[in-house]
Design a protein around this ligand. Structure first.
Ligand code: SAH
Ligand code: SF4
Length: 399
């Protein structure tokens, strides 16, 4: 498929019914599961571990897309593998490249129910001078309904599989030509960081996210170190400590409010896990230290959570937690009830936090012309009305 670089040519189209592939993909399997899959097609027990290791290298280090390219594996074995499996990633249905270099891929996934419409998720690549960050989704839609988030308004929800999560990183490496080969034995190092900040609540899809991130950070494969992988959660308290123990990645908390009444409204999960419990889970997060700080995300909503009293309370709440604060200008979407704080208010807020000793970078909105900024990820499985689409386009273009 040829993908055009021009966003204008890449209007999303309605999905036809998706027919899932007949052969399963090996992407997303752990080494042990790979060995078991090989056993299932008759590979001798004595060979499985070694073959799994070879496959691992070709799949996750070299990124090849066909068994025929796995030249260290015998021809016979390669055709046996191709008979039963693929190394397919999610299908890319559109690629958009923003004028600031941000890229967004729209990926098509099987619905999981025969005859039902296919699902879509988006995955966004944000290049910066010293790094390239990939924003990855964990679910189609989200079961939570944060009042300022567009993804939360999407009705259709399903968990992504580990393969679909790892597959997003692999699609990015494919499209950016970022795999290791003879000329570039360490890849081009374009995708250096991964953030689980796309669609969905990663801690509500714990097992798949864990399995996927262990593959992403495996240094014999994709090799993105755990310190460069960040998992963002709206506060699923019981799974926060598990994330530290079982995955060991960096943690980001979508805080957004410093009083329970307001957080109950903005992040309704707060009613189940209120601030005191959430902050205790952060204090207990394994591996947090001044060198490995927890990021607190704080979306700036005009007249709602952006006063200096809020800033003061924020500093007080985070006392004793190795923290950094990430102020996110609110990205409006059609029908949203909020406005982004005025710039001088964001600066005042940021200055207060800075003077209290916190680094408080304001996240620059990226890729607005292709609607790739935070909270604007909402797949077209649920169609926007023509009016909403116009409003989105106008917003994106005038920013
Ligand atoms: N569900 C997870 C991860 C995905 S959301 C979570 O909530 O943490 C990634 C980040 O984008 C979160 O901090 C979220 O609160 C923020 N976000 C959502 N909608 C936004 C919007 N419209 N403008 C700015 N940030 C938004
Ligand atoms: Fe879900 Fe996160 Fe959006 Fe809340 S902010 S609705 S948890 S994706």
């Amino acid at each position: 498929m040829t993908l055009s670089a021009s966003p204008a040519l890449l209007e999303k189209t309605a999905l036809e019914t998706y027919v899932p592939p007949a052969k399963p993909s090996l992407i997303g399997l752990s080494r042990a599961d790979l060995a078991a899959a090989l056993g299932g097609i008759g590979v001798a027990a004595s060979q499985r571990k070694m073959r799994a290791q070879q496959l691992w290298h070709w799949m996750y280090f070299r990124g090849v897309q066909e068994f025929s390219e796995m030249t260290s594996i015998s021809k016979e074995m390669r055709s046996q593998l191709a008979e039963h499996f693929t190394v397919a990633r999610p299908e890319v249905v559109a690629e958009q490249i923003s004028n600031d270099g941000t890229r967004k891929w729209l990926l098509r996934l099987p619905s999981g129910v025969s005859g039902e419409k296919a699902h879509e998720v988006e995955c966004v690549y944000i290049p910066e001078t010293d790094r390239g960050t990939l924003c990855v989704s964990s679910q189609v839609g989200c079961t939570l309904n944060c009042s300022f988030c567009h993804t939360g308004t999407q009705k259709l929800v399903r968990n992504l599989t580990a393969g679909e999560i790892v597959g997003q990183v692999m699609v990015a490496r494919d499209r950016l030509n970022d795999w290791a080969d003879r000329e570039t034995p360490n890849g081009n190092r374009l995708v250096t960081n991964v953030v689980m900040m796309g669609m969905g609540e990663p801690l509500y899809n714990f097992d798949a996210v864990r399995d996927a991130l262990l593959i992403v950070s495996d240094n014999e494969g994709i090799g993105i170190s755990r310190r460069r992988v960040t998992l963002s959660t709206s506060g699923v308290v019981p799974n926060i400590v598990r994330a530290g123990e079982e995955i060991g990645v960096m943690l980001a908390i979508s805080l957004h409010a410093v009083r329970d009444e307001l957080r109950d409204e903005l992040v309704p999960l707060n009613r189940k896990y209120p601030l005191a419990e959430l902050l205790q889970a952060c204090r207990d997060y394994p591996g947090a230290s001044n060198a490995r700080r927890i990021t607190f995300e704080y979306v700036m909503l005009k007249g709602v959570n952006d006063s200096l009293d809020d800033a003061k309370l924020l500093v007080k709440l985070l006392k004793g937690i190795p923290a950094k604060i990430n102020l996110i200008p609110f990205n409006p979407w059609p029908g949203s009830a909020y406005q982004c704080s005025d710039w001088d208010q964001i600066e005042k807020f940021s200055e207060y936090i800075f003077n209290a000793g916190y680094s408080s970078p304001v996240r620059t909105p990226r890729g607005r012309d292709i609607l790739a900024a935070c909270g604007q990820l909402k797949s077209e499985t649920e169609k926007l009305s023509a009016r909403e689409r116009e409003a989105l386009r106008a917003m994106a273009m005038t920013d």
